[in-house]
Design a protein around this ligand. Structure first.
Ligand code: SAM
Length: 230
């Protein structure tokens, strides 16, 4: 049965639909969230997934181009960027080359340093990174076991006028949730959930829609900013 469900979901996902499993045990209000038995289990699942897919790249240059154009227009003096969950560092390099600025990246896996990344759990605050970046980018928010904590930490890393870019696709929807990708949310609900994550202190202020598709569906790049001093 699970096989048939997965087949049907994948078939529909490739055609731009997503189905969520309403009422499932791990369905947490507006979004779906897998609960791990321990933090060690989370780290080990993520590290195993990272190593298995170490040569793959989910980010794509056309989307990074759209974000870089937006950064040039809206943060013309940008000097530092941070990418979370960067696996082999490809998007870090793309941002840095295009913008000509210092961009660093994190990954939870012990492979991080091989790619010039900092081994770091993106949920955790780092005093050296507080209010230090003109932009923060991730397409790995579906790997957050505690999205409220992760989004709050990322916004806390923005310098004044800085922006958080969340690249979202049908591959980040509730139907795509798994032990490796514990957080899934419908793109239409994401802005609403973000307001809740920030208790109103940050919000989605813009949405970029690249023309091309990914995983058989559209791409939404949510732009998130602080909406009041905190
Ligand atoms: C889907 S991959 C995306 C990789 C890369 N951004 C890309 O576009 O190819 C998710 C990555 O996030 C990393 N990751 C998962 N949980 C993390 C966490 N809590 N903190 C930092 N990195 C994490 C994984 O190890 C993995 O390399």
């Amino acid at each position: 049965m699970k096989f048939v469900e997965r087949l049907a979901r994948n078939y529909l996902r490739k055609r731009g639909y997503s189905i969520s499993e309403c009422g499932a045990e791990d369905h947490d209000g507006d979004y779906r969230l897998v609960r791990y038995s321990s933090y060690d289990q989370y780290v080990s699942v993520q590290t195993e997934g990272n190593k298995r897919k170490i040569n793959q790249v989910w980010a794509d240059e056309a989307t990074i181009d759209v974000i870089c154009d937006y950064i040039r227009k809206t943060i013309p003096d940008a000097k530092r960027g941070l990418c979370h969950g960067s696996r082999n560092g490809t998007e870090v390099r793309w941002f840095s080359e295009r913008l000509g600025i210092d961009v660093m990246g994190t990954d939870i896996s012990d492979t991080a340093s091989q790619f010039g990344l900092t081994q770091w759990d993106f949920h955790n605050e780092n005093p050296a990174w507080e209010k230090a970046f003109d932009f923060v980018y991730t397409n790995s928010h579906d790997h957050a076991h505690d999205p409220k904590k992760a989004f709050t930490t990322w916004v806390g890393q923005l310098a004044a006028g800085g922006k958080l870019f969340i690249e979202h696709s049908v591959g980040h929807a509730p139907a795509a949730v798994s032990t490796l990708d514990p957080f899934g949310i419908d793109p239409k609900l994401l802005p609403y959930a973000v307001l809740g994550f920030g208790d109103g202190k940050f919000a989605v202020t813009d949405v970029l829609k690249p023309d091309h598709k990914k995983a058989g569906g559209p791409i939404w790049v949510f732009v998130i900013e602080r909406v009041q001093a905190n």
